[in-house]
Design a protein around this ligand. Structure first.
Ligand SMILES: CSC[C@@H](O)[C@@H](O)C(=O)COP(=O)(O)O
Length: 367
């Protein structure tokens, strides 16, 4: 996608600069577009943990490049396993991280030391290219949902509510739920997006709003608590979100607050769709509420907020009462019964084992 007319991806390699890895520092958006240069696996681990890169598919792709950077220095069996394990511990909820590292290990274990670094760059590039094409297709398969709404209310805006950031900067390109929105907008549909602020880290008001603005998609930032009210008053035609892990029975882990949106959508008869690439499926678990590990982040993210002062300085200020404690679960799980359906690169399906196996029959045998 483009920033001010210049095409970007959210991660790339610079062969002219020692095969270093480049990312956009998402902790600096929307105030500054700053490109970071990562040269070893420690910097990659820091970028993932500190959320300089974030979004389930993107952290998988960046971790894959982190392994490639590490193997340039030491490509022994021991280093391969140790670095993959270290990168895999950086964030616990998004399964894409483990998916990408497992795919790298499968590709690299049979390669003799001496050839592994080049093979790792090639395998990481495959993961990145796979993600780009997958996300493009997700958008195509979601588009008919918005076309159907447009046909029901000709000439009126299609009001989509979204949570967190599921755009091109959360993936390698295009995004997941936002890929649907971009393709609808590009096809000329009158899409308008209600952007949940997404406290505590404001991925909605900082990142989604920035992305949509750069692409010219009409949008309005709302407080996280406003969605239910808007749904009660007929102001939301559809909820479109992404996910960090989908279980075999169709339960969906996503950014904290997604579950409350699904409850409100269910109560108001608003369709609630979840967009995901194959790399987000975890067929080894069933009950998402019990089985998906939920990342708990520093309570300061809840007690403080970061923003730009009127004279242009970016500052973090405490918003909670001095001395109060905070709790910061970063994700929650929406049970499958609240999900209208899933949008994947292979098409749409019910949020159920039968639905998923209809699109992914190769997972029938997985435990
Ligand atoms: C690609 S979109 C799916 C999810 O990764 C997204 O909705 C999300 O929850 C991201 O969380 P984050 O904590 O910002 O990495």
């Amino acid at each position: 996608m483009k920033i001010d007319g210049v095409p970007y991806r959210s991660v790339w390699v610079d062969p002219e600069d020692g095969w270093s890895v480049r990312i956009l520092d998402q902790t600096r958006l929307p105030w500054t577009v700053e490109i970071l240069r990562l040269v070893d696996e420690k910097q990659v681990a820091h970028a993932i943990k500190s959320m300089q890169v974030r979004g389930a598919p993107l952290i998988g792709a960046v971790a894959a490049y982190g392994l490639a950077l590490a193997l340039r220095r030491d490509d022994s069996d021991a280093a391969l396993e140790a670095v993959a394990a270290m990168l895999g511990r950086t964030r616990p909820t998004a399964i894409n991280l483990r998916w990408a590292l497992d795919r790298m290990l499968r590709a690299l274990r049979p390669v003799a030391p001496g050839n592994r670094a080049a093979a790792a760059y090639a395998a990481a590039a495959d993961i990145a290219e796979d993600d780009v094409e997958t996300c493009r297709r997700i958008g195509q398969h979601g588009l008919p949902l918005l076309q159907a709404i447009a046909a029901r209310k000709p000439g009126k805006p299609i009001n989509v509510l979204t949570h967190c950031n599921t755009g091109w900067i959360a993936t390698v390109d295009y995004g997941t739920a936002l890929s649907v929105i971009y393709q609808a907008h590009d096809a000329g549909l009158p899409v308008h997006v209600w952007v949940d602020e997404t406290r505590p880290r404001n991925q909605g008001s900082a990142l989604t709003a920035w992305e949509l603005g750069k692409h010219g998609v009409p949008h309005t930032v709302i407080a996280d608590n406003a969605g239910g009210h808007l749904m009660q008053h007929g102001e939301v035609d559809i909820v479109l979100v992404g996910t960090d892990r989908v279980t075999r029975q169709g339960d969906v882990a996503n950014k904290i607050g997604t579950y409350l949106k699904a409850l409100a959508a269910h109560d108001n008869g608003v369709p609630f769709w979840v967009a995901l690439p194959h790399s987000t499926l975890d067929m080894s678990v069933r009950d998402g509420v019990r089985e998906i590990p939920i990342e708990e982040r520093d309570a300061r993210e809840v007690l403080e907020t970061t923003g730009q002062t009127w004279d242009g300085r970016v500052e973090t200020v405490r918003t909670a009462a001095p001395g109060s404690a905070g709790l910061n679960p970063a994700f929650d799980v929406t049970p499958a019964r609240l999900v209208t359906g899933l949008i994947t690169e292979r098409g749409r399906c019910d949020a159920s084992e039968a639905g998923l196996l209809g699109l992914y029959p190769e997972f029938a045998a997985a435990a």
